[in-house]
Design a protein around this ligand. Structure first.
Ligand code: FES
Length: 563
């Protein structure tokens, strides 16, 4: 039985007569076939993020059914409701500009509708951050349920998983190593089941971080999308949501600065996606907390990479699951984390660390005394080109390029890049530094175009990597010596807007520096490359006027804590 203020008559529609509003709502709800008994129960909302435009969420209808089973078994009324669904590869100009829209949608619909707790179901790249951000701001009891990763497939005996292998084969195709017929066959074999990308991309990084942050049930982040355990996890999440109705525990009660710091360490230990830093900063910003890029370097130097997954390693998410999953990682990484943080079940993180006798596949989740690398996968860089920071995934980069001074070959924006990168007359050598400007949050929503292609004429000569610099992002499934998230971006007055082809740029990973070597007087005289015309109307206009820079998570300024 729902308590006063809960259930179907919670948060009444405002007609100026609450009793009339309750009577009308009960009447309309009963038209859906619910008995009076059912309508007296506490309500658990379940986000419906299935969409014909979201392959990663193909399993959502089955998950929602299983969540409902759990809610019903625990004495509640489960009601699913639609929210925005973001299928990474189906959105123009980039899914990133819609993350905040989805977060607002989730926040407002969770708050506006009469639910006493909510199960936030999602998985594809931007959906877990958006669900979490919305869940924080709605401030109702909530639990996250990830859709889970895809299984791998095979092409001529070779194991394939989206989407690191997508890029690997595409690079071979561009270099002329494989032909149309083969790339066509690979295209049909890359993504063959429901679920999110099969490697340690953004979706997997976020799911693992959210489990360590205590926002989903323990042991559930890595279960493959098509495994029966995923349905059992969904059912258990429904039961857990009913416990949350009782306890009233919200994300605001769970997430502290220690929770955010644990997530950063986890991201480093799994050599996770660069995008996850932006999403975590946005999540932290909703609570007045912070991902400190200065502190990131010190944390990174002290946190070993333990998980051997593509794009930096060898294995796939299904291997991580069978290797021991987040529980195995927690056991190995435990001493680096603050285990006093709270979780959605009310337990401490320490309570979720499996006992010492459990099996862990040490090839996939290494022990701390035999790490894949002794320091973390990501670092931040500062200097006149990035006074507020930039990110390098050093674990996915070529160390031979870490101390380098080189000539800039500059592209003024995405159109310029696609027009000229494969021009046989492009003045470029493999020792140059490719620079892309006007691809940041304000310019065009910060697409994943920081993975600049190697110019075709160099790719055909066998060049596999070059130092590349931009204010864009890159896919969590990509790799290379790629400096991203330069802040401030070119379109927000960053020095990047003044870089010209032929300028010298210096990178020192040792010193964490990124500098444009042009004297001050000359820079003062230069006219910056103009930003692309800003969209004024609709969502993109609102986004453009209010989006923050990468180090603040690219959230809208008016959605942050304290606004
Ligand atoms: Fe959905 Fe990669 S496309 S997670």
């Amino acid at each position: 039985m729902a308590k006063t203020g809960q259930g179907i008559t919670g948060g009444l529609t405002n007609y100026g007569d609450p009793r009339f509003a309750a009577y009308l709502r009960r009447s309309f709800a009963s038209s859906m076939g619910y008995s009076k008994t059912m309508l007296q129960k506490p309500i658990v909302g379940i986000t419906w993020t299935a969409s014909g435009f979201n392959n990663c969420h193909r399993g959502v209808p089955d998950l929602v059914e299983a969540v409902k089973r759990g809610v019903l078994s625990a004495g509640g009324l489960p009601l699913e409701f639609p929210v925005t669904s973001l299928g990474e590869v189906f959105l123009n100009p980039t899914s990133m500009v819609f993350r905040n829209l989805m977060a607002m949608d989730v926040e407002e619909m969770v708050r506006a509708q009469p639910m006493d707790a909510v199960v936030l179901v999602g998985g594809c790249d931007k959906t877990l951050p958006a669900l979490t951000m919305g869940g924080i701001s709605a401030n109702k009891p909530a639990i996250v349920l990830a859709t889970g990763p895809m299984m791998t497939s095979r092409y001529q005996g070779e194991r394939l998983g989206a989407c690191t292998d997508c890029r690997r084969f595409w690079a071979r195709y561009r270099a002329g190593d494989i032909e149309d017929k083969q790339i066509d066959q690979v295209e049909g074999s890359l993504a063959t089941t429901a679920g999110t990308c099969a490697v340690m991309g953004t979706a997997s990084s976020m799911a693992i971080m959210l489990e360590v942050m205590g926002l989903m049930l323990p042991g559930t982040a890595a279960i493959p999308a098509v495994h029966a355990d995923r349905l059992r996890a969904a059912e258990a999440s429904g039961v857990a949501a009913m416990e949350l109705v009782e306890s009233g525990r919200t994300f605001k009660d769970i997430i502290t600065q220690a929770t955010i710091d644990n997530a950063v360490k986890t991201l480093l230990a799994i050599s996770g996606s660069t995008n996850a830093i932006i999403h975590l900063a946005a999540i932290a910003g909703r609570l007045g907390l912070k991902v400190d890029l200065d502190a990131l370097n010190a944390i990174s130097d002290a946190t070993p990479v333990l998980v051997d997954l593509k794009p930096t390693g060898e294995a796939y998410m299904e291997d991580f699951f069978y290797a021991g999953g987040v529980g195995g990682l927690l056991r190995r990484l435990g001493n680096h984390l603050d285990l006093t943080t709270t979780t959605v079940t009310g337990e401490r993180l320490a309570d979720l660390v499996p006992s010492e006798d459990g099996w862990i596949d040490s090839k996939v989740i290494r022990p701390v005394d035999n790490p894949i690398r002794a320091d973390g996968g990501l670092i931040s860089l500062f200097g006149n080109l990035a006074p507020k920071g930039a990110i390098l995934k050093r674990a996915a980069a070529d160390e031979n390029l870490f101390e380098k001074t080189g000539r800039a070959v500059v592209f003024d924006g995405l159109e310029d890049l696609s027009n000229r990168i494969d021009d046989p007359d492009l003045d470029v050598t493999e020792d140059d530094i490719l620079v892309l400007k006007n691809a940041g949050p304000k310019a065009c929503g910060m697409p994943e175009s920081g993975y600049l292609p190697i110019p075709a004429k160099l790719a055909r000569k066998g060049v596999k990597d070059m130092l590349r610099i931009s204010d864009a992002r890159m896919s969590g499934t990509a790799y290379g010596t790629i400096i991203l998230h330069i802040s401030p971006e070119a379109a927000a007055g960053g020095l990047l807007a003044k870089v010209q082809s032929g300028d010298m740029i210096r990178l020192s990973v040792k010193e964490r520096r990124l500098e444009l070597l042009v004297d001050e007087a000359e820079l003062a005289a230069r006219v910056p490359t103009p930003a692309p015309p800003a969209e004024k109307r609709g969502w993109l206009g609102l986004y453009n006027r209010h989006v923050t820079q990468a180090e603040e998570g690219c959230d809208l300024d008016f959605l942050k804590a304290g606004y």
